[in-house]
Design a protein around this ligand. Structure first.
Ligand code: AMP
Ligand code: ZN
Ligand code: FE
Ligand code: FE
Length: 290
């Protein structure tokens, strides 16, 4: 996509649908992206590719879709392990080992969700796992679905509040059995995909990994770093850009849109054409066109 005339294409490479913890269905998401004036959208639901087909079928004219996912990973170089997110683009969704890992992580999410609910209930908080699972509507279940139950019960006023230290951010936070990040990078590459570290410096979300680890991941096949993201301060964005330049990694910027589960809007942060083209060139799956 080289546009020598006219405005630069608007490219948002990190969004969630109801296939995980977003609030728009995949068809609604691609239509909203088109209305928001995006030229390229990536659908990157947590640990699933279930949104790909309905998104492709509903793709509006003029919009291109990058099929992706956001993998729940962990780095065990320190204890307790640091959870982190790996965006994976344009991989083969039928790669057997990757399919198995995603299935396993989704099951681990359910198991953790049920344990969080048990902790809440032990403290007399009236939330119900079957309701929460139903609220996820068959998509990958996550803490935002538990947050909705806390809102419905009148215990918190917003998703943001539910992620505070008294609730899912600390007191009722439990780890899940995530994928070892080195294994995930190699698996995404083996499946013909392009791995990009999501919000690698988001200190406001919790602990982050050292730059040395990112260098080791680059040597293992990591392709890029997400720099522009609402959870990065301007200084963190600049740091990520400088690190990417040092390591020869591509740089992305994205909204991480979740519908009404977050306030950020589609296209709030975007990716440059050069990074987009590097991802497209490296991925095994075609970009879908509306
Ligand atoms: P989980 O994947 O179940 O560990 O939940 C993490 C997800 O919760 C992230 O992908 C975000 O969608 C969401 N999340 C994390 N922190 C916040 C926050 N402070 N406010 C709203 N949503 C959040
Ligand atoms: Zn999410
Ligand atoms: Fe994430
Ligand atoms: Fe995300």
């Amino acid at each position: 996509m080289t546009s020598r005339t006219g405005p630069a294409p608007r490219i948002d490479l990190h969004t969630h649908s109801t296939a995980s913890d977003g609030t728009l269905s995949p068809p609604e998401l691609v239509r909203a992206a088109s209305r928001a004036g995006l030229d390229v959208l990536a659908i990157t639901d947590h640990d699933t590719t279930a949104g790909w087909e309905p998104a492709v079928r509903a793709l509006p004219p003029g919009l291109r879709l990058i099929r992706g996912a956001e993998l729940s990973c962990r780095w065990s170089g320190v204890q307790p392990a640091v959870p982190l997110h790996l965006l994976a683009y344009l991989f083969d969704p039928d790669h057997p080992e990757l399919v198995d890992e995603l299935t396993r992580v989704r099951a681990a999410r359910e198991e953790r969700g049920e344990r969080i609910v048990a902790l809440l209930r032990a403290d007399g908080i009236d939330v119900h796992w079957p309701d929460i699972l139903a609220g996820a509507g068959g998509g990958t279940v996550g803490r935002p679905h538990i947050a909705q139950a806390l809102i419905r019960a009148g215990l918190v006023g917003s998703t943001g509040e539910a992620f505070g230290p008294d609730w899912l951010g600390e007191r009722y936070r439990l780890p899940k059995e995530d994928i070892d990040v080195f294994h995930a990078v190699r698996l995404v590459r083996a499946a013909g995909g392009v791995p990009v570290f999501a919000h690698p410096r988001a200190t406001r979300r919790g602990r982050v990994v050292p730059d040395e680890l990112i260098a080791e991941l680059a040597a293992a096949g990591l392709a890029g770093l997400e720099a522009d993201h609402e959870d990065h301060s301007p200084a963190e964005q600049a740091h990520v850009r400088a690190l990417a330049a040092e390591l020869g990694l591509l740089v992305t910027g994205s909204s991480d849109f979740h519908g009404t589960h977050k306030t950020v809007q589609l296209g709030a942060f975007t990716t440059g054409v050069e990074a987009y083209e590097r991802i497209v060139d490296a991925g095994v799956t075609e970009v879908a066109s509306g």
